[in-house]
Design a protein around this ligand. Structure first.
Ligand code: COA
Length: 376
């Protein structure tokens, strides 16, 4: 029986994360996303995902040191970043740079648990540097190199902005990365597992995942959300159109509202709840008012179509308050989700079965081949 879009198909078993779509629950390795968002750090969450357990203090310190040592990107990759046209979307830059990093890895094709973990650390640590360098090159600013005294997220904001990172901004982005780190068999993670199932290399799987994440109904929704918020704001200010009327008109025309709906959650995405609180805190600090606009949109979509917001809806409001340009929203998603992609690839390599579903053929059959000179 064909299940379009593999809706409700259980494709494999995994010990990494669990979603209860009816109850709106998400756990990484058995730990609630709320506990992790409120108490953990991105590095601790990555350790948990990769190792299946929380680290001791000593293990966490050693793990962080190990990641810090891997933040610099090869000079060849920096050179390549500068050759890409300015119109290249930062997600395309990211996947090109990751692929280039793979070409410089002498052990690219070596697949064993130790080597896979090494590559995972390399890629996870280099992604923030690639993103920050891309941003600064675009802005015509000097590159700000990684610092060894800062944690993963603080160092990223340092490299991005070239100034001492603000503690509330670090906390907000770190929580955002935890919330984006892992999410069962979403499309990009599945594509990384398909690559691993063919015994292709880690870089190939991550390039595949970054390409898949960029689509507007997956990770690309985060950029689409902020574009929508700006449009609604402009319509309200210039033409006096209320957000409620704007939403109703779009929905009645059969359009999709970015940041709403989910294949698995039948209630509010638990990550959206966390991000909504963060967005509110940042709005207050920055003197912005994105949240009240977002809330009006949330209520209008619920009233008109009874659909809840997903992770991307309030993520946009967090990023805009961190002065991150719209085109960099999806790369930030990738900066978090790299944790899940690498964990899934490692699980796939360990218990590998080639992922190769069947299809139902619905085209013509047994056609007679006619030589070209006899065709009309
Ligand atoms: N805006 C308007 N309608 C939506 C909607 C949205 N964001 N999300 C779902 N719907 C509607 C569909 O049109 C469909 O309505 P119908 O039954 O009247 O035809 C119904 O809800 C079921 O949606 P469907 O597209 O079949 O669900 P799905 O599981 O295939 O799609 C998404 C899930 C995520 C692709 C979809 O909700 C979507 O495109 N959301 C917007 C993009 C987004 O935010 N993506 C990030 C996800 S984390």
């Amino acid at each position: 029986m064909v299940k379009e879009g593999m809706k409700e198909v259980v494709a494999l078993q995994s010990k990494i994360s669990r979603i209860d779509g009816e109850k709106g629950e998400l756990e990484y390795r058995g730990y609630s996303i709320h506990d992790l968002a409120e108490n953990s750090t991105f590095e601790e969450t990555v350790f948990l995902l990769w190792n299946g357990r929380l680290p001791t203090q000593k293990e966490l310190e050693e793990f962080k040191e190990d990641l810090i040592d891997r933040r610099r990107i090869p000079p060849e990759v920096i050179g390549q970043l500068s050759t890409l046209p300015d119109i290249t979307h930062p997600m395309v830059v990211l996947r090109t740079a990751i692929s280039y990093c793979g070409s410089l890895d002498e052990k690219l094709h070596k697949i064993d648990p130790g080597e896979n973990l090494e590559k995972s650390k390399e890629i996870l640590s280099m992604i923030p540097t690639i993103i920050a360098f891309t941003y600064r090159m675009r802005e015509g600013k000097r590159l700000v190199h990684p610092r060894e005294d800062l944690d993963h997220t603080a160092n990223f904001l340092w490299m991005l902005k070239g100034e001492e990172p603000d503690p509330l901004e670090v906390e907000a982005l770190d929580t955002d990365l935890i919330l984006h780190a892992e999410h069962t068999l979403n499309a990009s993670t599945y594509s990384s597992r398909i690559a691993a199932s063919t015994k292709s290399d880690m870089y190939a799987g991550i390039v595949s995942a970054t390409g898949t994440l960029m689509g507007p109904i997956h990770g690309g929704a985060s950029q689409w959300v902020i574009e929508m918020l700006r449009e609604v704001k402009e319509e309200m200010e210039k033409n006096g159109v209320s957000p409620e009327d704007w939403i109703k008109e779009k929905l009645r025309a059969g359009e999709i509202i970015p940041g709403f709906g989910h294949r698995v959650y039948k209630t509010m995405d638990p990550r959206a709840k966390q991000l909504k609180d963060l967005a509110k805190k940042l709005d207050e600090k920055r003197g912005n008012d994105w949240c009240s606009l977002s809330r009006r949109i949330e209520d209008a979509v619920r009233e008109e179509k009874d659909i809840d917001p997903n992770v991307d809806f309030y993520a946009g409001t967090v990023y805009v308050n961190l002065d991150i340009p719209d085109e960099f929203f999806i790369p930030i998603f990738a900066m978090g989700r790299i944790a899940g992609w690498t964990t899934h690839m490692m699980e796939q390599y360990e218990e590998n079965v080639l992922i190769r579903p069947l299809q139902e053929y619905v085209g013509e059959k047994y056609r007679k081949y006619v030589p070209i000179e006899e065709r009309e």
